[in-house]
Design a protein around this ligand. Structure first.
Ligand code: NAD
Ligand code: ZN
Length: 251
């Protein structure tokens, strides 16, 4: 199973490309880059702090819940999500059955060394204004950006930005799962599938004759490979499809 921002859209979390995608008139595809952070780390942190707040207030929707149910029923299951929110986990999907291939918005990590921290209880606080100021007072602009307790460099959100490498450990988990054999069914929901690796992961298991179900109101590069196209919002389509699959008993 592969998901993208569209699955969280009905929980009120904007996709990057949708109509509510822009923030302060800025294009998220340009904010979610190492270049934007180097140019204006405060602006990028402001954007991530607002997104963290919005995600904390959001609730999982019927699509997240259906996916958690599917994971429970299937003999073997892995969700690869491009989402950095925690709604799959909050719907009850166990951590060992999901890979957040683009990172976790609630992780804060050093932009220089390997230090990272995740807040408490799954609902961490954003970096505090003025934190560690005494260690590294650089400019007035930077005092509200957290600094690394190990090396004093700027801390950044623990997500994968455009142009960055995917996390090695998470990549291994996807490869190990796919190397373990073909999948009877691959479901791809709420993603534009613009990244080559997403297309590869969607197509690799279904080459052995499995089904490829795409759930997306819009056409994507994967649509022409799908054995079934569902042009509906994920929160409507997924509960029904999961019912069908679990009733069929062939999982
Ligand atoms: P994306 O490329 O995954 O695009 C969203 C897709 O969802 C589009 O194809 C759209 O047609 C589809 N969609 C919209 N509403 C839907 C619905 N109700 N049901 C099913 N499909 C629906 O994502 P993006 O917004 O272009 O973002 C690019 C990157 O940023 C990805 O890594 C993405 O996951 C990440 N991102 C994550 C979140 C999050 O964690 N919730 C939010 C925004 C962006
Ligand atoms: Zn550091």
């Amino acid at each position: 199973m592969i998901t993208g921002a569209g699955v969280s859209a009905e929980s009120g979390i904007p996709t990057f490309r949708g109509k509510d995608g822009y923030w302060r008139n800025l294009d998220p595809a340009k904010l979610a880059t190492p270049e934007a952070f180097a140019r204006d780390p405060q602006l990028v942190w402001d954007w991530y702090n607002e997104r963290r707040q919005r995600i904390r207030k959001a609730q999982p929707n019927a699509a997240h819940e259906a996916i958690a149910r599917l994971a429970q029923h299937a003999d073997e299951f892995l969700l690869v999500t491009q989402n950095v929110d925690d709604l799959h986990a909050r719907a009850g999907l166990p951590k060992e059955k999901s890979v957040q291939i683009h990172g976790d918005i609630f992780v804060t990590r050093c932009s220089h060394c390997d230090f990272s921290e995740k807040g408490r209880g799954g609902s961490p606080e954003p970096p505090m204004r003025g934190r560690l100021r005494s260690i590294a007072p650089t400019s007035a602009k930077e005092v509200s950006i957290p600094r690394c307790p190990q090396c004093a460099e700027l801390m950044r959100p623990g997500v994968v930005w455009f142009g960055e490498q995917l996390p090695w450990h998470e990549l291994q988990r996807v490869d190990n799962f796919l190397d373990g054999g073909g999948c009877d069914v691959v479901i791809v929901a709420g993603t534009t599938a613009t990244f080559g690796y997403i297309i590869d992961w969607a197509l690799r298991p279904s080459r052995d004759g499995g089904e490829l179900i795409e759930i997306n109101p819009e056409e994507t590069p994967l649509s022409r490979f799908a054995t079934r196209l569902v042009r509906e919002p994920a929160a409507i389509a997924l509960p029904r499809i999961v019912d069908e699959l679990t009733n069929r008993g062939a999982l």
